[in-house]
Design a protein around this ligand. Structure first.
Ligand code: ADP
Ligand code: MG
Length: 257
């Protein structure tokens, strides 16, 4: 069994969660650090676009079919096997990573049974990967549902504003109050326009284990505007280099524990 390193990315809407997730994946690929599972846990999924892959199914879109089918399965197939099979169908495999898109829960039905199987399946799935990067939707309550596994690092992304950083601090406190199993809390202040333009004392006061910044990057902006894969960003891209350095530090800190 591999020791999977699980990174969750959260923060309020539009701060750069998906961009940071995609750039983390880019860094892991380029440094050849291991096998990656990317999980898009935002119902308005778009991580696939930033990674340049087309997806056919989401767990959400399959769930409705699963509910209908589980009661009329042939005797030879257990409900459990059927759900696992469907989840495998939702996994998009590409050369450098696999991608699982959770999607939106459709319909008002009770999905508890299926959600439980899903959770335990995602848990077993995780054992096949060295890295899991989870791009979350804004709002903390969703974090706990995806997997029962501990997260090694929760990255809270913020814009460079004082209010934004304060909100990031609040998200961290909420995660602590929910008693999620999280190893380290990391704050990334994103789209910083220049050294000295953020109040770093204030950022430090939010109680994160580490605080990093990523500069605003016009290349990232134009790639996103064109819907181009961020994996194709040139090596010298500010944001890509920044995220690669941050990942290096996170892994270094983890090793030194
Ligand atoms: N470091 C950056 N430099 C420039 N633009 C950025 C940067 N990070 C994110 N953006 C832009 O901000 C917008 C929102 O980013 P996104 O990653 O989709 O946020 P979220 O997933 O938090 O909603 C995108 O249009 C993206 O191009
Ligand atoms: Mg997003």
């Amino acid at each position: 069994m591999i020791l999977t390193f699980i990174i969750g990315v959260t923060g309020k809407g539009g701060v750069g969660k998906t961009t940071v997730s995609a750039l983390l994946i880019k860094a892991i690929i380029e440094k050849k650090l291991g096998v990656i599972l990317a999980v898009d846990a935002d119902p308005n999924y778009n991580l696939n676009q930033k990674l340049g892959v087309v997806i056919e199914n989401t767990i959400g879109s399959l769930r409705e079919d699963i509910v209908k089918a589980v009661d009329s399965l042939p005797q030879s197939m257990s409900k459990h096997d059927y759900v696992e099979y469907q989840v495998r169908m939702a996994l998009t495999e590409s050369e450098n990573f696999d991608l699982l898109v959770m999607g939106r829960q459709e319909g008002p039905g009770c999905y508890c049974y299926i959600n439980n199987i899903l959770r335990s399946y995602v848990d077993t799935l995780t054992d096949n990967y060295d890295f899991i990067v989870i791009d979350n939707e804004a709002g903390m309550e969703h974090l706990s549902r995806r997997t029962t596994k501990a997260m090694d690092v929760l990255i809270v992304v913020s814009d460079a504003s004082k209010i934004g950083i304060e909100t990031a601090g609040r998200i961290k406190k909420l995660a602590e109050a929910m008693e999620l199993k999280i190893g380290k809390y990391v704050l990334i202040v994103n789209r910083v326009i220049g050294e000295g333009t953020i109040d770093s004392n204030f950022a430090d006061e939010q109680g994160f284990d580490a605080v990093y910044i990523i500069f605003g990057d016009t290349e990232v902006e134009s790639y996103n505007a064109q819907g181009k894969s961020l994996l194709l960003l040139p090596k010298k891209s500010n944001a890509a280099t920044g995220v690669e350095a941050i990942l290096g530090k996170i892994l270094e800190d983890n090793k030194n524990e």
